[in-house]
Ligand binder design. Structure first.
Ligand code: TYD
Length: 206
């Protein structure tokens, strides 16, 4: 059995968190060891960088550099070792988020991000990336009244429209890795889409 790296993406309010936990439990039920992690974060250093990225005002290039510094630490200390032990890594966000938020939302040059991606972790990429796609309107509705919004969550809907478009472009450039999920559906409907995609790959029972 080889290691398996799955990332979860989408704009804030897409509702990925509960499904990450359900998937972790479903994979554990098949006997796999599952590492649940997130970006920015996953190591003590990367969690400190997360606090800075989510709370301090700065330009998109600084954000990307911090995101990739956190990612470097995360890849080297958590992701690669887990994959070498043939475990499953479920990461709430990975590099696609930097392309979407700092590239799409923040207007940062994609070529610059591609260079960072190349140096920091390629050829390692997730085996599967679930993109929880939801309209910025529905996402905003879901976020209303939730906890205090961070720097990104308090962005206007136009920002999230750009982030969403960047996710779509990223999927178009690497279609075999991405599984688009219609996240407008009920939690049960969304879960069935996730389950079906893994069943198709022989990773869960149909
Ligand atoms: P999120 O994953 O939504 O976690 P939570 O559910 O705890 O809020 O929050 C992470 C935020 O960081 C999200 O708004 C997207 C942003 N982000 C970037 O801007 N760039 C990145 O490279 C990453 C990984 C995240």
């Amino acid at each position: 059995m080889s290691g398996l790296f799955i990332s979860f993406e989408g704009i804030d309010g897409a509702g990925k968190s509960t499904h990450i936990e359900s998937l972790a439990q479903a994979l554990e039920a098949t006997g796999r060891i599952v590492v649940r992690t997130r970006e920015p974060g996953g190591t003590p250093l990367a969690e400190r960088l997360r606090q800075i990225l989510l709370n301090e005002p700065m330009d998109a290039m600084s954000e990307a550099l911090i995101a990739f510094a956190a990612r470097r630490n995360h890849v080297e200390h958590i992701i690669r070792p887990a994959l070498q032990r043939h475990e499953v890594v479920l990461s709430d966000r990975f590099t696609d988020a930097t392309f979407a938020y700092q590239g799409g939302g923040g207007g940062l040059d994609e070529d610059f991000l591609s260079i960072l991606e190349q140096w920091v972790h390629l050829p390692l990429q997730p085996d599967i990336t679930f993109w929880f796609d939801v309209s910025p309107e529905v996402a905003a509705e879901r976020l209303k009244g939730a906890r205090l919004p961070d720097k990104f969550e308090s962005q206007p809907q136009e920002y999230f429209a750009k982030v969403r478009a960047a996710y779509a472009a990223r999927m178009a450039s690497d279609a075999s890795r991405f599984v688009p999920i219609d996240a407008h559906q009920s939690p049960q409907g969304v879960w069935e889409q996730v389950q079906t995609a893994l069943a198709k790959r022989g990773l869960l029972a149909a």
